[in-house]
Write a protein that binds this ligand. Structure first.
Ligand code: NAI
Length: 289
């Protein structure tokens, strides 16, 4: 797929991974909309990019109406979107037993429903345009995480959301194939980003039953993220994967062994049970149909 001349919509595009994707898309000749909840970050990004092919739109990805309005505005200005990057995300390190419903609503709201809202807004448009011949093909790329495979105790809700984003992406890849729309899911490792400051964008309405933020933990995380991959580097790898229409885009080499171990452990859970009596009949039944 050639990105030149296409319109892209990047959620969480004002910082971190999203901004890396934006820069690379602009270099490849696409028109790009940065959709982000932080208005100041959008302004800063637009100023730095200084490019007529990029526009900003303030959007909270948890708002379904807001998503539709943002999509309409971008398409009125830049034409039909055929490259969608559902990338906005936040993190919260907290075990499930210590989490409140507000925590679930916030993390699933942004990290899972943000992606769902993007897909609900754009997938029917991409399908309709493919059927009418108005736009040939396109791509949807969702940012998950290595945490979509590897679970730990602390990121309980984050793991839940990211595993779901992976499942959604694989399913959508099957159904959108016939319309020439490729779907990929990205699994980054550590990135030099501001995700440790996620609490800044937590809505007041979901702060009710929240554990107080530990400034020392935030500082430690910000230190760790300084060692993360540069956004422009990960942006380039993501676009390479999207161009090649890879199902999974692994941007960091550091987790391959861990993943292999995980698959081995998973398969080791199989037991040598005898085949169920209905099995042969089911295979024969399916063959007849
Ligand atoms: P970041 O915090 O630097 O950038 C995320 C952007 O999303 C910010 O500009 C923020 O304002 C925006 N955002 C947050 N909530 C939003 C909402 N409700 N609506 C619209 N925009 C919203 O973080 P980063 O690291 O660039 O995160 C991007 C994606 O990468 C996320 O999905 C994250 O889970 C994923 N990721 C990040 C890793 C890392 O090490 N930083 C590792 C693995 C995955």
């Amino acid at each position: 797929i050639d990105f030149a001349g296409r319109t892209a919509f990047v959620t969480g595009g004002a910082n971190g991974v999203g901004l890396g994707i934006v820069r690379n898309l602009l270099e490849a000749g696409a028109k790009v909309a940065i959709a982000d909840i932080r208005a100041e970050s959008i302004d800063k990004a637009l100023e730095r990019l200084d490019n007529r092919e990029v526009m900003g739109v303030q959007l909270d990805v948890t708002s379904r109406d807001g998503f539709k309005a943002a999509a309409d505005r971008v398409e009125a200005e830049f034409g039909p979107v055929s490259l969608l990057f559902n990338n906005a995300g936040i993190n919260l390190f907290q075990t499930i037993e210590d989490s409140s419903y507000d925590d679930w609503d916030w993390v699933l709201g942004v990290n899972l429903f943000g992606v769902i809202n993007g897909v609900q807004t754009f997938a029917p448009r991409l399908k309709a345009r493919a059927l009418s011949g108005e736009v040939q093909g396109g791509r949807i790329c969702n940012t998950a995480s290595m945490a979509s495979f590897i679970a730990g105790g602390a990121p309980g809700i984050y793991n839940t959301a990211k595993f779901a984003v992976r499942g959604l992406s694989y399913s959508l890849r099957h159904s959108m194939y016939q319309y020439g729309v490729g779907v990929s899911v990205v699994h980054p490792g550590l990135v030099k980003s501001h995700i440790y400051a996620s609490d800044e964008v937590r809505p007041d309405a979901l702060k009710g039953a929240m554990k107080p933020v530990d400034p020392a933990a935030v500082e430690r995380l910000s230190g760790i993220h300084e060692f993360g991959m540069e956004p422009d580097v990960i942006g380039a790898r993501i676009l390479e994967g999207v161009r090649e229409n890879r199902a999974n885009i692994f941007t960091h080499p550091d987790h391959e062994d861990e993943l292999r171990e995980l698959f081995d452990e998973t398969l080791a859970d199989y037991r040598d049970y005898p085949q169920d009596p209905g099995y042969e009949q089911r295979i024969a039944f399916e063959k007849m149909r």
